[in-house]
Design a protein around this ligand. Structure first.
Ligand code: HEC
Length: 289
């Protein structure tokens, strides 16, 4: 009896020392949800977006208009143009969804950020590029250091010369940020959940994509209930590892996310435009207490 008590109090002390690994997730039914539709982007790297010969928004973007300001209401229609090959996508996958509406919720408890993503599984049946993982979900955070990320979310990592882009033979060249530099703070913090392992990875994107080194991720898990996916992340606000941003109450960060639906990889994902995530402060998505 005595022994058991001591053992459990040691266990409790240990979990507390581990930085709130046992932190209770919020009651999600009480947390407001923001609907964000991710869409099929086709081959629309920043080079295409900013060059302006084909992209009608290049000028507006240069003047400081965000992608969402122009496109937020119409992303499903945009996805349709690319998924059908009508525009900038040479490799059409039959049956692929043009867009996926996702409920995004966020909360914090002073030490952890909690994120929850839920969506209905669209029809699929395309080729299994990633045989292991039916679904992967990743989000990125920028601490207001990356030029234009306030307008574009995580699109600053999307370039025409990275793996799986048309005509690129180098399957090692990953996403990157122009002049990206971890020491200088110019990077996206990246958290990814994969369905097979049902676990998260904590990395970053600077001059290249690195899928490790972060110490902020406490837990990522997901499940499919009926035809609905629910994926949750618990992340230490303070960060502390390589490529972790330190988040604080009252501050706002640039945010974007992507879903690799139906066994896809590389560019064949559904992506969001850029949004802001505020910790206890009003933003596109607010992580309140
Ligand atoms: C000033 C408004 C504006 C801004 C800002 C803007 N766009 Fe556009 N975008 C347009 C217009 C206009 C088109 C052309 C639509 C058409 O007529 O076919 C377009 C087309 C596109 C397309 C091709 C699909 C389609 O519907 O034609 C993609 C993808 C796209 N934009 C992504 C982005 C992204 C990502 C950003 C931010 C990095 C962005 N845009 C910023 C106005 C804008």
């Amino acid at each position: 009896m005595q022994k058991k008590l001591i053992a459990s109090s040691i266990a409790l002390a240990l979990t507390c020392a581990a930085g709130g690994a046992l932190a209770a997730a919020p009651d999600w039914s009480k947390v407001p949800a923001k609907k964000i539709t991710v869409f099929y982007p086709g081959v629309s790297p920043m080079e295409w977006i900013t060059k302006g010969t084909e992209h009608g928004g290049a000028k507006g973007l240069r003047k400081g208009e965000s992608c969402a300001a122009c496109h937020d209401e119409e992303v499903a229609d945009m996805g349709k143009k690319m998924v059908t090959g009508q525009k900038i996508e040479p490799h059409v996958i039959k049956g692929k969804a043009a867009a996926i509406p996702v409920s995004v919720q966020a909360a914090n408890d002073g030490s952890n950020l909690y994120m929850r993503f839920s969506w209905k599984q669209p029809a699929g049946g395309g080729e299994k590029m990633d045989a292991d993982n039916a679904v992967k979900l990743a989000f990125m955070l920028d601490d207001n250091k990356i030029e234009r990320a306030n307008l574009s979310g995580c699109w600053e990592t999307c370039h025409q010369d990275v793996r799986t882009m048309p005509d690129v033979k180098d399957d090692k060249k990953t996403k990157y940020v122009k002049d990206g530099n971890v020491a200088g703070g110019k990077f996206y913090d990246l958290l990814q959940w994969t369905s097979k392992a049902n676990k998260g990875r904590d990395g970053y994107i600077a001059d290249k994509r690195v899928m490790e080194g972060g110490k902020a991720l406490v837990e990522a898990k997901g499940e499919k209930k009926g035809d609905e996916w629910v994926v949750t992340f618990t992340r230490k606000l303070a960060g502390g590892g390589e490529g972790d941003i330190a988040m604080a109450s009252g501050k706002t960060y640039n945010f974007g996310f992507a879903i690799h639906d139906d066994h896809t990889h590389g560019r064949f994902h559904h992506v969001s435009l850029g949004y802001t995530l505020g910790i206890d402060t009003k933003a596109d998505i607010t992580a309140g207490k």
